[in-house]
Ligand binder design. Sequence first.
Ligand SMILES: [Zn+2]
Length: 97
Amino acid sequence: MALDDSYDLSNLKNHTEELVFRIMEEELNRISDEDVCKCHDCVLDMVCISLNNLEPRYRVSLMGSIYSSAQDGSLEDNVRTVVRNSIQKISLNRAHD
Ligand SMILES: [Zn+2]
């Protein structure tokens, strides 16, 4: 039995991933294109490094977002710090010329 044949696994949402996508967008929008390469490869590398440095927070979401925002403040600060570090790391060591 394949799990994804019997269960709708798309209802599993990683809250950390959603935060990283949103905060990465905010942070990249604050930086000029001349200061950081925003090509597909570099941005995916930045997202990858960020996600690998944060704990995943999965939840089951059957009806949109029902996540409690009580602990979001400090989590968001932490994600922002990790995202900024990832942007800096990749811009100093990008995988292409
Ligand atoms: Zn690039």
